[in-house]
Design a binder for this molecule. Structure first.
Ligand SMILES: Cc1ncc(COP(=O)(O)O)c(C=O)c1O
Length: 446
């Protein structure tokens, strides 16, 4: 016998029986829901994803085929880009990121850089960018689009954090409306959708629909979760009916509380004005609050810890210099007030001098020795860092800040990268990727 809670859950967990359609050949309810989703997002066609935005990103990479398999992408893209390149055998061309020096992270890419790189790589099949960034900043997609299409390439956008944008004009303009050819929305991130629920949308003139669908089908389970699919459909309905009102209320609350937090002594709420200094940054998502404890004696990690331990507030992300509080359209005034009061309390208790900040050192430009796929397939071994110069990395090393990998598998540990790794070892930056976070050892290709 199932326990009652489990049986309630199980009663929703249906499968592809008569009347419930087939995700791989949708002809009735799934097709109907997908058409409604496409209409809501002004897409030519939408595919439901049951393994997160990751699977949509993988499908887009897999839909691009030789001759070149060359794609322009930001160096600090989400790890699913690397997975996509491994699956597809992509040859990456990295676009430099525009850094916000206050936060110490890369926020956007520039249309000029993309144009130059397309000039140097006329065989590029696609430009695949991230907008909005994890921090809520969107790129100037309308400015980037003409160069991409003039080069006969596709403009693909990881809009994982922007699934709510189409439903209210005060939020950044959705990438599809700015001329993107395909967009991936991680709808579980910003809409009331179960984890892993996401969507891949194709733009009106998308040329390779069948290739994308084939890749999508290849990568998707034959037992999709109906609770996830149903949550996607219900969230779409909710957004079409009440999304504008919900986002409107959230936008007003964000405006009011951003100002109030900004007025707290010792705290900055990084906003439109500061971020507009970053070249190529077009708009910001008002619901992503970047709070900097500039005049407090604690850093971002400590601020997040205090909010969690003493105020039961979990923030989305903490970095050395800031925290990212992610608000949603379902947060009530009382929730905003509770965040504000907690910050006010903390600001009173921890007034003082900031601990010494980390020196922001940008990594040297990478040198590719093997394609991501070749590196993934190659045998690896572990060496001491001091013996790694001149070898090829088999693992990622990404320091935070600036959140830009200094090594990805297949890249040469050049003298410049080697010195940078030594610098990282001595500094207090957080590292993502290496199996040995102390960096005494590194995995390299055999
Ligand atoms: C910018 C970005 N793209 C893609 C993804 C992958 O999304 P998912 O977890 O839905 O697979 C994430 C996840 O955090 C992300 O931040």
């Amino acid at each position: 016998m199932l326990v009652p809670e489990l049986s309630t859950l199980a009663s929703l967990d249906l499968t592809e029986v008569a009347g419930l359609d087939d995700l791989h050949l949708p002809r009735n309810v799934i097709q109907e829901a997908a058409l409604l989703m496409a209409e809501a997002y002004a897409a030519r066609e939408s595919f439901f994803l049951v393994n997160g935005a990751t699977s949509g990103i993988h499908a887009l990479f897999m839909s691009m085929q030789p001759p070149s398999g060359k794609v322009l992408l930001p160096r600090n893209a989400h790890r699913s880009f690397f997975g996509g390149m491994v699956l597809a055998g992509t040859s990456p061309v990295y676009i430099p990121g525009q850094i916000d020096h206050v936060l110490g992270v890369a926020l956007t890419v520039l249309s000029e850089d993309i144009e130059d790189l397309l000039g140097e790589n006329p065989d590029a099949e696609a430009v695949f960018i991230t907008s909005p960034s994890y921090y809520g900043s969107s790129c100037d997609i309308e400015g980037i689009e003409p160069a991409v299409h003039a080069a006969n390439a596709l403009l693909l956008v990881d809009e994982a954090h922007g699934g709510h944008f189409p439903f209210h004009r005060a939020y950044p303009r959705p990438a599809l409306q700015c001329g993107a050819d395909a967009v991936v929305n991680g709808l579980h991130k910003t809409l009331p959708v179960l984890n892993q629920g996401a969507c891949l949308h194709l733009g009106k003139d998308f040329p390779n629909r069948d290739k994308v669908f084939a890749a999508y089908s290849l990568l998707t389970t034959t037992s999709p979760s109906y609770p996830i699919l149903a949550s996607l459909d219900l969230a779409r309905e909710l957004m079409c009916q009440r999304g504008e009102a919900l986002l409107d209320r959230a936008w007003h609350l964000a405006g009011e509380y951003r100002k109030k937090i900004q007025q707290l002594k010792g705290l900055d709420c990084h906003g439109e004005a500061e971020m507009q200094q970053i070249p190529g940054l077009k708009e910001i998502d008002p619901l992503k609050l970047l709070i900097i404890p500039r005049g407090l004696s604690i850093d971002g990690f400590e601020l997040a810890q205090i909010l969690r331990d003493s105020y039961k507030i979990e923030v989305e992300h903490a970095d050395n210099k800031f925290i990212l509080a992610m608000m949603s359209m379902f947060h009530e005034r009382a929730d905003w007030e509770s965040l504000y009061r907690s910050l006010e309390d903390i600001a009173g208790k921890y007034a003082g001098k900031q601990p010494d900040g980390l020196r922001l050192e940008l990594p040297p430009w990478p040198q590719l020795s093997l394609l991501p796929r070749e590196a993934f397939m190659a045998a690896s071994r572990t060496v001491r860092l001091k013996d790694s110069q001149g070898l090829i990395a088999a693992e990622m090393v990404a320091p935070y800040p600036p959140g830009i990998p200094c090594l990805l598998p297949g890249e040469l540990i050049s003298p410049e990268i080697f010195s940078y790794l030594e610098f990282l070892q001595k500094s207090r930056v957080h590292l993502q990727g290496p199996h040995d976070p102390s960096l005494n050892y590194l995995k390299v290709i055999e």
